[in-house]
Design a protein around this ligand. Structure first.
Ligand code: SAM
Length: 278
């Protein structure tokens, strides 16, 4: 029988050979998941615990799938985002830490809650649901062109008890919405079509619809910048690609937005744009 520590060490070595980044962290998460531990750090208190076949069997399956490139988050089935747990699977983009930072920046910019907001390209619903959870009085709408993503977002809303707080709409950009919003947030696809096949194998498990931003990556964001003017009296908050801040700042300025401010992610790259209209 192998102990917890032995399994961690041997699987970390196997993951490393298979090209899995952060090999040890990955096996610790998977083992904690199989053992039903909330935190992987709990494993540190039971390094000598022997693992039986009832635990090793399911672990082997997860290890095989992770080594073949399936994302850790799909295997664990959930991600934490601003203190809430969101189900994640192949129906929508895996929420990223940068988007959590984006959400925090949106919250920081609002000392008082906005009256009405829309999350355009909601995916798993992380932005709409996190903001709805923080701002009890705000009317929240969420749009996605993908029915599969909307189904996942609705499941997340229900699991979080926020199903009455967000109205979900199927359609493209602002087409299914009416009226004026005080906040529009969007993490739309921003990868150039030709760059998708070169992305990491884990990213290939995200839906193409969540990645493909057209020939230069900014087609949908530019359309939103233009269309939003008919629906916005307030702030437009965009998560963008690392090389899009300059051209999209120009697009915002040309479209009549003011107070345009790029903001950086954890690695210091300008990945967010905030601009006001009206
Ligand atoms: C990069 S993902 C972001 C998902 C989620 N907001 C997040 O931050 O994790 C982009 C989302 O936009 C959706 N999308 C793509 N084209 C769209 C369109 N024309 N109108 C609305 N949503 C669209 C995709 O289905 C996908 O769910």
């Amino acid at each position: 029988m192998k102990s917890v520590l032995e399994v961690i060490k041997s699987t970390a070595a196997y993951f490393q050979k298979a090209g899995v980044e952060n090999a040890r962290l990955n096996i610790e998460h998977l083992l904690a998941h199989v053992l039903g531990r909330k935190q992987r750090m709990e494993l540190y208190l039971e390094f000598d615990r022997p693992l039986g076949e009832a635990e090793l069997g399911p672990l082997r399956d997860l290890v095989r799938r992770r080594a073949a490139g399936e994302p850790l988050q799909h295997l664990l089935g959930s991600v934490d985002f601003l203190g809430r747990s969101f189900k994640t699977d192949a129906r929508a983009l895996i929420p990223r830490p940068e988007t959590e930072l984006f959400a925090q920046k949106i919250l920081d910019r609002h000392p008082s809650p906005p009256a009405r907001l829309a999350d355009v390209g909601t995916g798993s619903g992380v932005l709409a649901l996190s903001l709805a959870g923080q701002w009890g009085e705000t009317e929240v709408h969420a749009v996605d062109v993908s029915p599969a993503a909307l189904a996942l977002a609705a499941e997340n809303a229900l699991a979080l008890g926020l199903q009455h707080r967000v109205q979900f709409h199927e359609g493209s950009l602002l087409a299914p919405l009416s009226g004026v919003f005080s906040l529009l947030v969007a993490n739309l696809p921003y990868v150039p079509t030709g760059a998708i096949s070169g992305l990491a194998r884990e990213v290939q498990h995200d839906p193409v619809l969540a990645l493909d931003g057209g020939p230069d990556g900014s087609v949908l964001i530019r359309t939103l910048i233009s269309d939003a003017r008919a629906h916005l009296q307030g702030l437009l908050a965009l998560e963008i690609g690392h090389d899009q801040s300059g051209p999209l700042t120009e697009a915002l300025s040309g479209a009549g937005y003011h107070s345009i401010s790029p903001e950086s992610d954890y690695s210091g790259r300008n990945r967010f744009l905030f601009a006001s209209y009206g």
